[in-house]
Design a protein around this ligand. Structure first.
Ligand SMILES: Cc1cc2nc3c(=O)[nH]c(=O)nc-3n(C[C@H](O)[C@H](O)[C@H](O)COP(=O)(O)OP(=O)(O)OC[C@H]3O[C@@H](n4cnc5c(N)ncnc54)[C@H](O)[C@@H]3O)c2cc1C
Length: 435
């Protein structure tokens, strides 16, 4: 789709240039021809369509059919910050690997490709291969050092035009949620936000839907060769699951909730192709200026990256209870999580919240202290490798998912665990010293 100026109807009055402020500076005047024209900055946002009193602005190509067969491969936006590959990137490479193999086992038909955007980040390509990428697209430029919506959008959009991926997935992080809709609008394609499940094969989708939802799948054919992406996401606060498809445009794009998809086991031998993309970016393409990057303490809570999480619930009785949870977390090398009840009570910031409307986590050990185990909390932590529950009430539902349960007052149990941990550390140190 594009906007053009019809030269027959344009009278050269320049109202569009002088009075209408195109958000993208895409309207100019050709003094030789005495006609307005649209430059390459146009994003076909349609804002100008009613500006011309002579209706000289026209939309073209809106009914153009996209040639779906021209698109192939699964792309994963491999988010990095300060040159460190984010955990979500590794998870999505794992998921992209699964999807690409559902499309075809043959990598000449479909590959999973990590898209690395930044400056001086070529060293991360190896890590992408180790987590399952078949190829890496490298988009490097000093102007891409820090994330900006304009800069990243331009280079990714250009690369999509050039290489035509069939699927592009992004982590639903602050960056992914900012970037993906912008890219989708530029490409005039569909985007599903915050997905918790993706499927290509109809049979996998039916299996998933039967186990996890009440969706009626009786009219779906498990043998169908439909290879479109079925994008499932919770809607209305998680009270409804929606499966969304993008049948007419490409690429099919989703943001995916961090912590939900599984990483592949790291393979230190893995290698792949690196495709260096010729990035065309000028300072004038970026309208935002980064003045300062401030890492606020609350943003540093990285529940998704933590191996151990110590979470407190309403059973703490008040905000001061989190001092004990913090002490516990510091001792065991974990981070502090929380149930929504504590966040709603103002005892702790939302960035600590685990659950359906908080963060989904998958640590090695999850300690649930004074948390009853409501379904919305379980939705965010039940895939943890080991769950330890501490609760006064032996009938609390949290014991239904716990690997280890301690029935008791958390104010007695946690100090005892801390003490035992210290004893174990002392024992370990003594053993090391005696070696
Ligand atoms: C749409 C929607 C979305 C939601 N999203 C989320 C979400 O993302 N995350 C989330 O957590 N919740 C979410 N909730 C809220 C959820 O339903 C529960 O209300 C919440 O998880 C309860 O928090 P809790 O377990 O801390 O509190 P409670 O249910 O009150 O449980 C407190 C527990 O502490 C125990 N206890 C009390 N004193 C002690 C003590 N001294 N020692 C040991 N144990 C003790 C009690 O036996 C009890 O089991 C959502 C709800 C809705 C409707």
């Amino acid at each position: 789709m594009a906007i053009i100026v019809n030269k027959e109807t344009c009278r050269g009055c320049q109202i569009c240039v002088n009075k209408f402020e195109c958000p993208f500076d895409a309207i100019e005047f050709n003094s030789a021809e005495k006609k307005a024209f649209i430059n390459e900055k146009c994003t076909a946002c349609n804002a100008c369509l009613k500006v011309c009193p002579f209706n000289a602005f026209e939309k073209t190509g809106s009914d153009e059919e996209v040639d779906l067969s021209a698109y192939k491969d699964v792309w994963v936006f491999a988010e990095q910050r300060d040159g460190k590959l984010m955990n979500v990137a590794k998870e999505l490479i794992g998921e992209g690997h699964r999807l690409s193999r559902e499309i075809s086992e043959d990598t000449s038909v479909c590959k999973v490709c990590a898209v690395l955007v930044g400056d001086g980040i070529d060293g991360l390509a190896k890590e992408c291969f180790e987590y399952g990428a078949d190829a890496v697209y490298l988009l490097e430029d000093p102007l891409l050092k820090n994330f900006t919506t304009d800069g990243y959008t331009k280079v990714i959009t250009d690369a999509v035009h050039e290489y035509k991926p069939e699927i592009v997935i992004y982590g639903a992080t602050h960056i992914g949620r900012d970037l993906a809709p912008r890219v989708a609008a530029r490409l005039n394609t569909g985007l599903t936000a915050d997905c918790t499940r993706l499927d290509v094969k109809v049979s996998s989708y039916i299996d998933y839907a039967k186990k996890n939802t009440t969706l009626d799948t009786s009219d779906l054919d498990p043998e169908s060769d439909d290879k479109g992406l079925k994008q499932t996401r919770p809607a209305f606060g998680g009270n409804l699951m929606a499966t969304i498809i993008c049948p007419k445009t490409r690429p099919q794009m989703s943001t995916v909730r961090p912590g939900v998809m599984s990483k592949r086991e790291r393979d230190p031998q893995a290698t792949g192709d690196i495709i260096k993309v010729d990035v065309k970016l000028a300072e004038s393409d970026i309208r935002t200026k980064i003045v300062e990057i401030v890492k606020a303490a609350k943003e540093m809570v990285s529940l998704t990256d933590a191996d151990i999480i110590c979470s407190g619930g309403r059973g703490l009785g008040g905000p001061e209870g989190f001092e004990l949870i913090q002490k516990f977390a510091d001792k065991v090398g974990g981070v502090v999580g929380s149930s929504r009840a504590c966040v709603d009570n103002g005892w702790i910031d939302h960035s600590h919240q685990v659950g359906q409307t908080g963060t989904t986590v998958k640590p090695k050990i999850y300690f649930a202290c004074g948390i009853s185990g409501a379904i919305q909390h379980l939705a965010g932590m039940q895939n943890s490798e080991i769950i330890v529950a501490i609760n006064k009430d032996p009938d609390a539902p949290i014991f239904g998912v716990a690997d280890y349960g301690i029935v008791g007052d958390l104010y007695k149990v946690i100090p005892e665990i801390i003490e035992e941990w210290e004893n174990a550390e002392a024992l370990f140190d003594a053993r090391q010293a005696g070696k």
